[in-house]
Each structure stands twice: as C-alpha cells, then as structure tokens.
Write a protein that binds this ligand. Sequence first.
Ligand code: BES
Ligand code: MN
Ligand code: ZN
Length: 502
Amino acid sequence: MDIRIQAGDIAQSTADVLIVNLFQGVTSPGGGTGAVDRALGGAISQLIAQGDIRGKSGEFTLIHTLGKIAAPRVLVAGLGKSEEFDVDAVRNLAANLVRQVRKPGIKTVATIAHGAGIGGLDPAACAQALAEGTILGAYRFTRRKGKGTTDDDNGAIESVTIVEHDPAKVPAMTAAASRGALLAEATNFARDLANEPSNHLTPTGMANAARELAAAAGLECHVLEQVDMEQKGMGSLLSVAKGSAQPPKLISISYRGRGGEGYDLALVGKGITFDTGGISIKPAAGMEAMKADMTGAASVIAAMRAIAALKPAVNVVAVAPCTENMPGGNASKPGDVVTAMNGKTIEILNTDAEGRLVLADAVCYARELGAKNIVDVATLTGAVTTALGDVCYAVLTNNDALATKVEAAAKASGEKTWRLPMWKDYDDLIKSDVADIKNTGARGAGTIVGAKFIERFAEDTPWVHLDIAGVDMSDRERGWVTKGATGYSVRTLINLAVAMGS
Ligand code: BES
Ligand code: MN
Ligand code: ZN
C-alpha cells in the first residue's frame, strides 16, 4: 500500500473515499471537514444538527455524494473529546479506518491528518502515526488461504493520500510518513513469521528468512549450527533442541552504524517455533497457539530491517536462538542437569520452562559478541497474562537506566509496559539442591522467576527482559493490533536503537 502526502484541498480529491473528522461537541466543522461540508452544500453540518453525527470516538458516518463532488463517498470519523485525542489515538484511528473502508470498489483513499488541525498535534507526528496505523491496521495473514479468499474479494486499499492544505508542512510530513511505513512494514514482517504454522516455519526456515532479510538490507547474517553450539558449550540451548527432529539454529544479524568493535545493543529473541512443553507436555486445548512461541525472535529479526534503513549511529546485533520444544525419544527429562555456555549448571525441573534455557546461552553468546547492553524479548510465561492481561507487557531489569530507555521507546510506539520488581528476595526461588540453579520456582511470581533465571546469564551487563507472552497474539482487532500475531515490541526495539544512536 502506498502512503503519500499531497498539498491541496481535500474537497477536490478524486479518491474513492474522502476521510474527514469531527471532535465531539463541535457543531460547525472547520479545516478540511469544513471544506468538504461546504462542497457538499452543508450536508455534514445538517447531519450534525440532526444528531446523526456527534463526533464520538468510534463513530463512522458514510455519506454518498451522488455527483455533488468528484469523490463518490465521504466518511466522517468521530475523534471523541479533543483533550483525550493524542498521537496514539491517531495511530489506532487510522487502523480502524482502513478496515472500515475496506470494501470492494474502494481502492484509493484521501484523508486529512487527524489531530493536526484543531487537535493541535504535531503534523509530522500525526503523519507518522497515520502511516503506521494504516499499514498495521490493514494487515491480514492470507498466505495459507486457498484461492477465492484473496484481497480482491474482500477489498484492498491501494493508496492513502494525506491531503494537507499548508504546503510548508508537506516535506516534514512526507519524511515522517515514510518512517512510519518503514516501522509498520517491519512489524508486519514479524507478524508474517509468527502467523506461519510450525510445519511451514521451522528453525531452518527462520534461518533462511533471516538470511534473506539480511541480504536485502545489506546486513551480515551468521547462523550457528548444532555442532557450533556443542563447541561453544551451549548445553542449555541444546537440551531443549534434543527432543526434536528439527536441527536448532542460533541466528545473528549485525548492523554497524558506529563502526568499530562490539555492539552497543544486543536484541535477543526467544525463537521456539513450536512449544509442546517437551516431556512436561502441555494440555491439548489451545496448544496450537504455541506456533507463535517465536515472536521474540521474529521481533528482533524484523527490527534489524528497519534499523538498517534508518541508520542510527550504533552497533546493533540481533540474536535469535531457534528450536522446537518436543517430547522426542532423546528429549530432556525432569531432573536432568545441563551446563550452559558460562559454566553454570542448571537443573531442569520442568521442560516446559524452555524459553529461559535457550535465552541463557543466547545471552552468553551476545556477551561473547561484545554486547554492552542486552534487551531480550520472549513469550516466557503464562503468568504475565495472569498479572497484566493483554494490555501491556512486563519489563524486568538489572539496570534502571537501560530499562528507562526501553520504556521511553515503548511509549513512543504506543505500547504500554509495566515494570516488575527484581529484588534479591526472589533469588532463593531458583536455588537448586543439585545444581547452581533450577529452571522453575516453587509457587508464585512466575514472570519474575523467569527473569531471575536469565539475569544469571546477563551477569554484570546492563540487561532488560520483556515478557510479551500476554500481548504477542490477539483474538480480536483493536486499533493497530490485528488478529493473530500483533508484532508487539518490534517498533519499540527500532525506536530504542534509533534513540541510542542519536
Ligand atoms: N511459551 C510458554 C509461555 C506462554 C504461555 C506463552 C502462554 C504464550 C502463551 C513457556 O515456554 C512456558 O511454557 N512457560 C511455563 C513456565 C512454567 C513451566 C514455569 C508457564 O508459563 O506455564
Ligand atoms: Mn514452554
Ligand atoms: Zn515457550
């Protein structure tokens, strides 16, 4: 989909639909909405006077123009109360709107920049949010559908033109919109990987996707095979892979925007392409969702694509430990003790706590590569859903300054986060009788226990853990969040790298 900014009068646009807006309580529309109202002989004002249009958030009114103006349709979007309307609302509105106008017969859309007029928001920020929301909201996973259910039958928008009456604002808005498109397209790339079923996306498939992405973006991609992992003593990661017929892959993609050695930032993502639980097998109901237990890996890989395009002056490496967690004949068994790359011994009490096991070695590897800061992203615990639902994700850290940067990047992305404590009091929960640590706690604080485990491998490197298990998949569409894989964390990681490089 093409997103453009054009200077001019939206009332004269020949698009298939014009999108204008109204704040709640406004009785005589101004700006672009006013221009379209006048061109329609006061039709919008009349609908307001009649009480048909009230400007409430979520209110969409379609008006057929029947030859009065060039465009055959006008959609008036309610913006709600102006004091509650912010850039996040613009992103969500744009996503809801693109689904609202997705009908056969509508290919081209012209819109005003919601919020940039009497809303008083920065026009460039609005343009970016509009581009992001439009591309994120239009996303659908159709790759595994047969013929007859293609985009053509459901309607597909080809272009969205943001019409701005002040030509002086157009250059900044254009740059911002293309930045938004870049962030959204990277997110959709991650969604495609996560929505793909596990028989179509194995660890080998992840490695191939990473190599392709790196080649297209001009980045270096390196994949450690099982023998390499054995050589490096990655007994923790290998213990998860043992039960599967699919070979594990430890993918890394590097970007050197500052040049020189080492990495200012390592993005480490959990890549379990299917999590059966292993010998500690999961119940059958709902297990299909575990095809997406690799959204962390998808996020860090996808983020690299946009980071390469935005070129911040930092060195960033993405590290994605990828394997299936299967109960094969050679699988790890509860009570087994394995040794990770840093020499720590781990008692595996529950083979379903596999995410922390693969991240342990991946975090050690990131440190070996010279990472000065580490952010890991993982669908680590069901407990995070119990605590926070699907509204936000958990942030846990050994370094307040780095966590504050991550939280700021999340805020800029319209993603909500919540910090959980990492007090030493929780350390006892992973003490093992037979090894250095165990991979599960006793009771309670499940999300913190997972983070406490990974912390042992980050050691003294500033590290932040994002547990996205509650938000990475959605059962419904709401604003920029679409059904299936949501792509949570992708834009945050990109914004973080950009912030660290400026
Ligand atoms: N991948 C799961 C966590 C998960 C659950 C993600 C639901 C998304 C939706 C993880 O590997 C897991 O199984 N965690 C266990 C840990 C427990 C055994 C300590 C859990 O949360 O039950
Ligand atoms: Mn598991
Ligand atoms: Zn898992």
